[in-house]
Design a protein around this ligand. Structure first.
Ligand code: TYD
Ligand code: MG
Length: 459
């Protein structure tokens, strides 16, 4: 078979070169050339035959065949808002070792158990390895087919022979099109393979899931390159050293991207976490200075997390500042406001802050809890156990309301918290929880830390 020819096209100006060069001769952009297979002249309408597509009034277009199919992995179905849509293409992105293959296998097993024919193409591991894992997960239904292959033409042939309802390619970076000379995992290969799979999926009304690795900085060819080609991009995240895994939709053509899925990695695979707030607070030690619970919002989902601070006298001229799971910029801001508007300087103290349990939050709603944790640790006074704090700290020392305060506080009330420190503009009263409204950070610190200290001194 004659090898298809390829050219190199500049991503900036569209100029083509017969060979790869570091700099485009057209626009002089560096490193912008990407390999492409040369397609023959585009066939005429007669040559491709009559079209099966018929234009219809929009209201008459039939959607019944395109209803999502549940994967029976509850948290995944929550993020996908029902399940996988036939004919759709989904990218499941995440760092290596986070649990993508495990999630995929569990999802395919669920689909196979409900009668869908599924094909798992493993381009990274051997079929034996995947079978062993599937055994451990109890995922050996008869409708789940498995093949270990990497070349795209072979993969397409397997799809044609198995005729699956759902196909999974693990991973798109190891699959390759032999017509391109670029290495597997390069932008050209990933794009070409994904493009072909998208076409096959739409033609066969087959749902496809492509696994894509991302590195810490998200730079590797993969999910980013594919985002505009596919229907859904899922991001699977978590700290490798913690069991918690978070699943989010970055792009979703069949629903909103606001749902958050939570899993725990166990010995028998991933299991959904129905009550994440209880999990996050399970190891909390009441009565410890420097610990404040914040009701944060991730997408639509309210979560209660413990913000911890440890303030210690520093032995070095430039004291340490560390923020794990929090934004370093917000920590600096809160420290500056505490110094200028509350009169609590930290220039002689090392400051360590974390969100317990491996959770990450960058939302300003956690500012108040962070500020109170810092003040509490510095004063050596524990914040009352039944109290949560929620609000954004402004540069003038004022507190600002964050969206959906009522939902956040409802979650706090559900978990047994009885008091909430919130900005003055927050709702006046809410069922099950006493709302303590304060206008400034200074008032909040007085209310929670200093008053307790004075009460203790007085008694
Ligand atoms: P894996 O799904 O292979 O990750 P990825 O495909 O994203 O690279 O799983 C990664 C880790 O999960 C692996 O180090 C072992 C762990 N694991 C469990 O703890 N329990 C299990 O049941 C399985 C299958 C994996
Ligand atoms: Mg894997």
């Amino acid at each position: 078979m004659a090898r298809a020819r390829s050219i190199y096209r500049c991503g900036e100006c569209g100029a083509t070169e017969p060979k790869w060069t570091g700099r485009c001769t057209g626009c002089e952009a560096w490193n912008s050339l990407v390999e492409e297979v040369i397609a023959g002249p585009s066939p005429s309408a007669e040559a491709i035959g009559p079209t099966a597509a018929i234009p219809l009034p929009i209201a008459d277009v039939d959607t019944a065949a395109w209803a999502p199919v549940a994967t029976r992995v509850g948290e995944l179905d929550r993020v996908l808002q029902g399940g996988l849509v036939p004919g759709s293409v989904t990218v499941l992105g995440g760092e290596p070792g986070i649990g993508k293959s495990t999630l995929l296998l569990q999802a395919l097993a669920g689909l196979a158990k409900s009668g869908r024919r599924c094909l798992y193409v493993t381009a990274e591991e051997s079929a034996q390895q995947v079978r062993l894992r599937a055994e451990r997960l109890g995922a050996l239904p008869p409708n789940l087919w498995l093949v270990s292959d990497t070349a795209l033409p072979h993969v397409l042939a397997h799809i044609a022979s198995v005729e699956p309802d759902v196909v999974a390619i693990d991973s798109i970076q190891t699959a390759f099109e032999p017509a391109l000379s670029s290495a597997p995992g390069s932008v050209a290969q990933v794009r070409e393979c994904a493009h072909r799979l998208v076409r096959v999926s739409k033609d066969r009304a087959m749902a496809s899931v492509l696994v894509g690795h991302v590195t810490k900085d998200g730079a590797l060819a993969g999910p980013r390159v594919l985002e505009h080609l596919v229907d859904t991009v899922l991001s699977f995240e978590g700290e490798r050293h913690h069991a918690l895994r978070l699943l989010r939709a970055v792009k979703h053509r069949y629903g909103s991207t606001d749902e958050l899925g939570l899993f725990e990695m166990t010995d028998s695979g991933l299991s959904g976490v129905p009550d994440p707030s209880a999990l996050f607070l399970a190891d909390r030690r009441p009565g410890t200075a420097g610990s404040v619970v914040a009701p944060i919002l991730d997408g639509h989902r309210p979560l209660l997390v413990e913000v911890q601070a440890l303030v210690a006298t520093s032995a070095i001229p430039t004291p340490r500042r560390s923020a794990q799971g929090l934004d370093g910029g917000r920590l600096a801001l809160v420290l500056a406001v505490l110094q200028q508007h509350v009169g609590l300087p930290f220039h002689e103290h090392d400051v360590h802050t974390v969100v317990a349990g491996g959770v990450k939050t960058i939302e300003p709603g956690a500012d108040l809890a962070l500020a109170l944790a810092l003040a509490s640790s510095r004063a050596g006074v524990a914040v009352p156990d039944d109290l949560v704090a929620c609000g954004e700290v402004g540069l003038g020392g004022e507190l600002r309301q964050v969206h959906q305060t009522a939902r956040r506080l409802a979650e706090a009330a559900r978990l047994g918290f009885r008091r909430a420190v919130v900005p003055f503009s927050a709702p006046l009263s809410l069922p099950g929880i006493e709302v303590l409204r304060v206008a400034t950070l200074e008032q909040a610190v007085r209310l929670v830390c200093v008053d307790d200290l004075e009460r203790r001194r007085a008694s």
